[in-house]
Ligand binder design. Structure first.
Ligand code: PLP
Length: 407
């Protein structure tokens, strides 16, 4: 009997992850020997960034003490206590549960899985981090994107959210500060989202993985700090603020009215138990990270601010490109005014200049708009070189593909 093709499950059909997908094109170009400039991955360790040393020492100590077995499903006690203190510092009221996960990614996956049924929907920020749409494809929920308003510093568009809520809407995702825009949500916007969540019985998923990476002295507001009844799961982790994405350590903090959350929390815990535990030795870095020396953040924010300034200045100097100033994280999301296919633009840029960015379509966009995401973690000399290349490329691209079409 001839062997039959192994067919993948339908639920994987719509899963894309643009941040890594673009690397396939980049690798092909790199093989030709072209010099590449990578501005596509939000991993500080690839550039001139180092995590605080005490995190590594504590993890190493834990390994040497042979804490190499499974951990409790919700995480080790000292880590949970440290996250509880962190929640208190963030002003989060009425905490009902805390759990440690394999990166915030796993917390996001588990919390969505425990909540949403096939055919229901979750309001998802657009543009936004593509993991959320990937998980929802897997769960076969309906897509319900809500738009962030570029003309209002990329704040969530409250009218759009109102219009998109329907009887099957179960939750709203907020990414604050946002990937890919770098926007920090204002307390006013957050209060309006709370009102809508209370009115329509929605759970709020607040992804605050970049909450300590704010520039210009801007303050971060945790949405869960503004109301003690509304059900919120606040996601955090060590990947960005503490620069150890490879540790794969994240967490979820559930807050809000205990009586309405009880069964949902139990469902989350069933899934946590089923996957045994998050990485064990690395959990010993959580308390030292959250409660220990934070001086790396000051150094990081100085460096990030000057890289952000260079990015915004050089991108806004290119005719046909404009860039809203990011307030946090390490991403910028410039708009391409005359381009009608940002994926094509990005592929041509890689081929011609070796500059790797992620096309905006990978994050979702307001229809008819085109963008690209820059990671401004690399040193200034690399950024400068890349931005000069983008400027030269863009002028030629518009002449070759846009003006030629018009003529
Ligand atoms: N949430 C956002 C908004 C992100 O940008 C990322 C990574 O880039 C993650 C979550 C993933 O976090 P972790 O490394 O903790 O899984």
């Amino acid at each position: 009997m001839p062997l039959k093709e192994i067919k993948p499950a339908k639920r994987t059909e719509n899963i894309t992850y643009a941040v890594r997908d673009i690397v396939v094109v980049a690798n092909e170009v790199a093989r030709t020997g072209k010099q590449m400039l990578y501005l596509n991955i939000g991993d500080p360790n690839l550039f001139d960034w180092e995590p605080p040393k005490h995190l590594i020492e504590e993890t190493y100590k834990a390994m040497k003490k042979n804490y190499n077995g499974y951990a409790p499903s919700s995480g080790i006690k000292q880590a949970i206590e440290a996250i509880e203190k962190e929640a208190e510092k963030k002003g989060i009221k009425n905490v009902q549960d805390i759990f440690v996960t394999t990166g915030a990614s796993e917390a996001i996956d588990i919390c969505l899985t425990a909540l949403v049924n096939e055919g229901e929907n979750v309001l998802t920020p657009t543009p936004g981090y593509p993991l959320y749409t990937a998980i929802q494809s897997k769960l076969q929920t309906m897509e319900n994107p809500y738009y962030l308003d570029e003309n209002n510093g990329w704040q969530p568009n409250i009218d759009d959210i109102k219009n998109k809520i329907n009887e099957k809407t179960r939750a709203i995702i907020l990414i604050n500060p946002n990937n890919p825009t770098g926007a920090n949500s204002s307390p006013g916007t957050l209060k309006q989202i709370i009102e809508l969540a209370l009115e329509h019985n929605l759970v709020i998923f607040s992804d605050e993985i970049y909450d300590k990476l704010l520039m210009d002295g801007k303050k971060h507001t945790s949405i869960a700090s503004l109301n003690s009844d509304v059900p919120v799961i606040t996601f955090g982790g060590l990947s960005k603020n503490y620069m150890v994405p490879g540790f794969r350590i994240g967490w979820g903090i559930v807050s809000g009215d205990k009586t309405i959350l009880k069964n949902y929390i139990e469902a989350i815990n069933k899934l946590l138990r089923a996957r045994l535990s998050a990485n064990h030795p690395e959990q010993y870095a959580i308390a030292p990270a959250l409660l220990g020396d934070q001086s790396h953040l000051e150094i990081a924010m100085k460096k990030l601010t000057s890289r952000r300034n260079l990015t915004v200045e050089m991108m806004n100097a290119v005719p046909g490109i404009s860039c809203v100033e990011p307030e946090g994280a390490f991403y910028a999301f410039p708009s391409l005014h005359n381009v009608n296919n940002d994926a094509h633009w990005a592929t041509e840029l890689i081929k011609e200049k070796g500059v790797v960015i992620v096309p905006g379509s990978g994050f979702g966009q307001v229809p008819g708009t085109n963008h690209f995401r820059i990671v401004f973690l690399p040193p200034e000399e690399i950024l400068e070189k890349a931005y000069k290349a983008i400027a030269e490329f863009h002028e030629r691209y518009v002449e070759k593909f846009v003006n030629a079409e018009i003529r």
